[in-house]
Design a protein around this ligand. Structure first.
Ligand code: SF4
Length: 387
């Protein structure tokens, strides 16, 4: 039997995210294992928006008086949806659930799909943050990654963001690209900084199962070179005033992504759209439910299949909490653990002490933080909390 979340009012006080999955792309990139589908024929935009809003209605009863504090339009390639459609979708959301007047509303955009003044139109539609999928500034590298955009498209998108006055934007960059040198990776960081983003996500390319790259692997740089790319990027970003608040996320002060922070803090979120996931804490604070929607857009669109739903048992809640929470550099407190999971700290105390003895955690009266060793070997640190 779990205890109720002590002192937390999940009905109103805690951040609540809304993730909206828009699953189509112009074509599939060979490294991509997201739920994204090459667009064949025309975009079924109107029926999809109607399905999303219908989907949202199913969850509106479960959130009672809670307001949505962040909306993330992810994909796929959400910028395939016009600003009018995005505006209609946001209006439909606000008509169905409480949407905070100060909500962070992020649109993921592919530089290859951005027309001249589209960001001005997206901003007028309600978008106030953009995540631009740049990946690299190098045309040869982009070609190798199967991206539909080149350097010119990136520059045009950045100019369009500036014209729209959207200074709260993220640049997604990857490193460890096929045959990439440390110098080329550093050049990408420098060019990204020149665009003056508020946030930068820096991911290493990995070969995920069931992708074209996994079947026919390209020659990737050695581990030592990738380590050096990460270290040189860290120095460059720190010198430019960014701080690393999560494994792959760097931000200027006050410009962290509130939507993603909520995931990593084990907060609640609703997920709508093909293959979207959601997590909600029961209003009694005594149960955590997760769900996922059917992955295939066609199946999602005909709404014949209900979401796969399950309650998260306490030992899994412990692992889920630490798996997410340890990605952040901020310390973990006993109070936060109990508020988020509904469990007493004594449930994990032995494991925390074991990790401390291995030098992975530095324990204090309030909780702990990861040591440099624990941060460097994050997988080992997370595994301490496996069920
Ligand atoms: S554009 Fe993004 S979501 Fe679409 S296939 Fe490429 S990596 Fe995947």
């Amino acid at each position: 039997m779990t205890q109720a979340l002590p002192g937390i009012d999940v009905t109103t006080n805690e951040p609540l995210g809304l993730y909206v999955h828009l699953p189509w792309c112009v074509r599939k990139c060979p490294y991509c294992d997201f739920n994204s589908h090459p667009l064949k024929g025309s975009l079924p935009a109107e029926p999809y928006v109607a399905a999303l809003l219908h989907d949202l209605e199913q969850w509106s009863g479960s959130i009672e008086r809670r307001e949505i504090s962040t909306v993330f339009l992810g994909g796929g390639t959400p910028s395939l949806f016009s600003a009018d459609l995005v505006g209609g979708l946001l209006e439909g959301i606000a008509n169905r659930v409480g949407l905070s007047a100060t909500a962070e509303i992020t649109l993921e955009a592919n530089p290859g799909t951005v027309e001249r003044d589209s960001f001005t139109a997206y901003r007028a539609a309600g978008v106030n943050r953009v995540s631009l999928g740049v990946q690299s500034f190098n045309d040869a590298a982009l070609k190798r990654l199967g991206r539909i955009h080149g350097r010119e498209d990136i520059d045009r998108s950045i100019r369009s963001l500036a014209r729209a006055g959207l200074d709260n934007f993220n640049i997604d960059l990857m490193f460890g690209l096929p045959e990439q040198t440390v110098e080329a990776a550093l050049e990408d960081i420098r060019l990204a900084l020149r665009a003056a983003p508020a946030h930068l996500s820096h991911y290493q390319l990995t070969l995920e199962p069931n992708t074209a790259f996994a079947h026919d692997p390209p020659p990737l740089p050695a581990d030592e070179a990738c380590w050096e790319m990460q270290e040189t990027a860290a120095s460059e970003l720190t010198a430019a005033g960014f701080h690393q608040y999560e494994v792959s996320a760097w931000a200027r002060p006050g410009r962290q992504c509130a939507h993603n922070l909520n995931y990593w803090r084990y907060g609640d979120f609703i997920g709508i759209g093909a293959g979207a996931h959601g997590k909600l804490t029961d209003v009694t604070g005594d149960a955590v439910t997760r769900w996922s929607m059917p992955r295939q857009p066609r199946v999602y669109l005909d709404q014949s299949q209900p979401p796969a739903q399950r309650s998260v048992p306490p030992d899994e809640r412990v692992f889920e909490y630490f798996l997410n929470r340890l990605r952040l550099r901020e310390p973990i407190t006993r109070v936060d653990f109990s508020r988020r999971t509904g469990l007493a700290w004594s449930v994990v105390e032995d494991r925390v002490n074991e990790a401390r003895d291995r030098g992975l955690l530095a324990v204090s009266e309030d909780g702990f933080r990861t040591t440099d060793l624990g941060w460097r070997f994050l997988n080992d640190t997370q595994q301490v909390f496996l069920p």
